[in-house]
Design a protein around this ligand. Structure first.
Ligand code: SAH
Ligand code: SF4
Length: 439
C-alpha cells in the first residue's frame, strides 16, 4: 500500500514537471513515506529522517518531507524532534504534496515568506479517490490499484485505523477506468489493495444476485481486455462467503493465489486480538477453496508473542500453520502500538520467546515451500515476465500465477508477455527455468 501511495505522489510530481532521480544524492526534494505498523518500522523511518534533516542543515536548499502513517501518527511531535523538516504529510493528503512543494520552493526562491514546517495531517473527505495516478515512463507490468482506504475493524494490536482513518471505498467505475488506462500503458496484472478488500463498498453498493460489491468489481476487472491476471490483498474471514470462493473457478483471470491473514491459531488469542473468527472458521474457508481449486497457493500473516500467548496457544498456531501448509507467510513479532486497545497490556512475552516462536514457524514454512516448489521441477509454468533481473545479462524475472518468483533467460521483447517456462531448479523462494519455445 505504501509503495502504491509513493508511486501516486511520484506520478503527480511528474505531471508537474519534476523528474524522479534514481539516486537519492542527486535529488533536490526527498520525500520519505513511512509505516507505523510496528515500532521497528517507525524507528527506521525516524533514523532516516534524522539523517536527512542533518543533510538539510548542511544544504538549506534541500527539501525534506515525511509522508504517510508515521507522519499521521506523530504529527507535531515529529517536528519537535526534527524542526528542519519542510513537510509532514498525512495519509489523506498525499495528493496535496505538489501544491505544498510549490509553496516551499517559492519561499526558497525568496518569493514567499519563510514558512515553518508545513504540517498537513487532517482528514479529507474523498481522499481515497486521489490515489489513482501511475508513472508514465516506466509502466509496471504488474501494478497495484488502491480500491479503498482505511479500516473500521478494531483489532486490538493494530494502529492502521488510527493512521489510515475510517473505511472509504472508491467508486467501481473509477477503479475500472484506472485499470483500463494501465492496460493501455502495458500493465497485464493488477493487485487490488485494501485493508479488508472483500468488504469493499459494502455500505455504498448493493449486493446483486447475492454477489458482494467486491465480487462485482472482480467480475468487471476480469472483463477488461488486456488484463491477464488479478490478485487482491488483504481479505478477511469476515464476509469471505461462497460468492467470493466461487470466483476461483468462475473468473479465469483470478490467479490461484490467496493472501489470507490468520494472525493466530489459538481461539483465545484471536479473541484477545479482537479478530472476529475462530480458527475452525478460518480453516473451513481454506478447505472450501482448496476443494474447488486444489492448485491454489496460500500465504498468510501471523503475529507471535501477543500478550497472553502461552506455550499452549503457540502450539495451536504452530499446528494450524503446519496443517494448512502455507506457501508463503509474513511472521511478525508482536509490537505494542500507541492508542491500540492492547497497549495497556504492555509487552509481557520476552524477546527471546518471540524470536524462538518466529523461527519455529519460519522453519516449517521453508520446508513446506521447498516441497511445493520441488513438485514443480520438470513442469511447464505460465510466467508473466515483469522485467530484467538485477544481475542483468539477459536474465529476467517473472511470476507464476501462484506468485512464485521465476528467474529465466529471456529478452526485452518478452517483458509483459505470458510465456511458458520449464522449471529446472528451485529453492524455497525462487524457481529457475528455461523458456519453452513453441515449434
Ligand atoms: N488489514 C490486514 C492487515 C494489515 S497490517 C488484515 O487485517 O489482514 C499487516 C500485518 O501486520 C497484519 O496482518 C499483522 O500480521 C501485522 N501487524 C499489525 N499490527 C502489528 C503489531 N502491532 N505487531 C506485529 N505485527 C502487526
Ligand atoms: Fe488492522 Fe485489523 Fe484493520 Fe487489518 S482488519 S487493518 S489488522 S484493524
Amino acid at each position: 500500500m505504501n509503495e502504491r501511495d509513493s508511486e501516486a505522489v511520484a506520478a503527480l510530481l511528474r505531471d508537474k514537471g519534476y523528474s524522479i532521480v534514481p539516486e537519492e544524492v542527486n535529488a533536490d526534494v526527498i520525500l520519505l513515506n513511512t509505516c507505523s505498523v510496528r515500532e521497528q518500522a517507525e524507528q527506521k523511518a525516524i533514523g532516516k529522517a534524522g539523517h536527512l534533516s542533518a543533510r538539510k542543515r548542511r544544504n538549506p536548499n534541500l527539501i525534506v518531507g515525511i509522508m504517510g502513517c508515521m507522519a499521521q501518527n506523530k504529527g507535531d511531535t515529529l517536528v519537535d524532534k526534527l524542526p528542519d523538516l519542510d513537510l509532514v504529510i498525512g495519509t489523506q493528503k498525499f495528493h496535496r504534496v505538489p501544491d505544498h512543494l510549490d509553496n516551499v520552493i517559492a519561499s526558497l526562491n525568496g518569493l514567499g515568506p519563510k514558512p515553518a514546517t508545513i504540517i498537513d495531517i487532517a482528514e479529507e473527505k474523498g481522499s481515497q479517490n486521489t490515489i489513482k495516478s501511475h508513472v508514465e515512463d516506466n509502466p509496471n507490468v504488474a501494478a497495484f490499484v488502491s480500491i479503498m482506504q482505511g479500516c473500521n475493524m478494531k483489532c486490538s494490536y493494530c494502529i492502521v485505523p488510527k493512521t489510515r482513518g475510517a473505511e472509504r471505498a472508491r467508486p467501481m467505475n473509477e477503479i475500472v477506468d484506472e485499470i483500463k488506462t494501465l492496460v493501455a500503458k502495458g500493465t497485464r496484472e493488477v493487485t487490488l489493495l485494501g485493508q479488508i478488500v472483500n468488504q469493499y463498498a459494502v455500505r455504498e453498493f448493493p449486493f446483486v444476485d447475492k454477489k458482494s460489491p467486491f465480487v462485482q468489481l472482480l467480475e468487471k476487472v476480469n472483463a477488461i481486455e488486456g488484463i491477464e491476471r488479478i490478485r487482491f490483498t488483504s481479505p478477511h474471514p469476515v464476509g469471505f462467503r461462497d460468492d467470493l470462493i466461487e470466483c476461483y473457478t468462475r473468473l479465469p483471470k483470478l490467479c490461484e493465489y490467496l493472501h489470507f491473514p490468520m494472525q493466530s491459531g489459538s481461539n483465545k488469542i484471536l479473541k484477545a486480538m479482537r479478530r472476529p473468527y475462530s480458527i475452525e472458521r478460518f480453516k473451513a474457508i481454506i478447505d472450501k477453496i482448496r476443494a474447488i481449486r486444489p492448485d491454489i497457493y496460500i500465504s498468510t500473516d501471523i503475529i507471535v508473542g501477543f500478550p497472553g500467548e502461552t506455550e499452549e496457544d503457540f502450539e495451536a498456531t504452530r499446528s494450524a500453520f503446519e496443517a494448512l501448509k502455507f506457501d508463503m507467510a509474513y511472521v511478525f513479532k508482536y509490537s505494542v502500538r500507541p492508542g491500540t486497545s492492547a497497549e495497556p497490556e504492555g509487552d509481557p512475552i520476552s524477546k527471546e520467546t518471540k524470536e524462538a516462536r518466529n523461527q519455529v514457524l519460519l522453519d516449517i514454512l521453508k520446508q513446506t515451500s521447498l516441497e511445493r516448489n520441488q513438485s514443480l521441477i520438470g513442469t511447464a509454468q505460465e510466467v508473466l515476465i515483469e522485467g530484467p533481473a538485477k544481475r542483468g545479462n539477459g536474465i529476467f524475472v517473472g511470476r507464476t500465477r501462484g506468485y512464485r518468483k521465476v528467474i529465466v533467460p529471456a529478452s526485452d521483447r518478452l517483458v509483459g508477455a505470458l510465456v511458458s517456462v520449464k522449471i529446472n531448479e528451485v529453492t524455497a523462494s525462487t524457481l529457475t527455468g528455461d523458456l519453452i519455445i513453441a515449434d
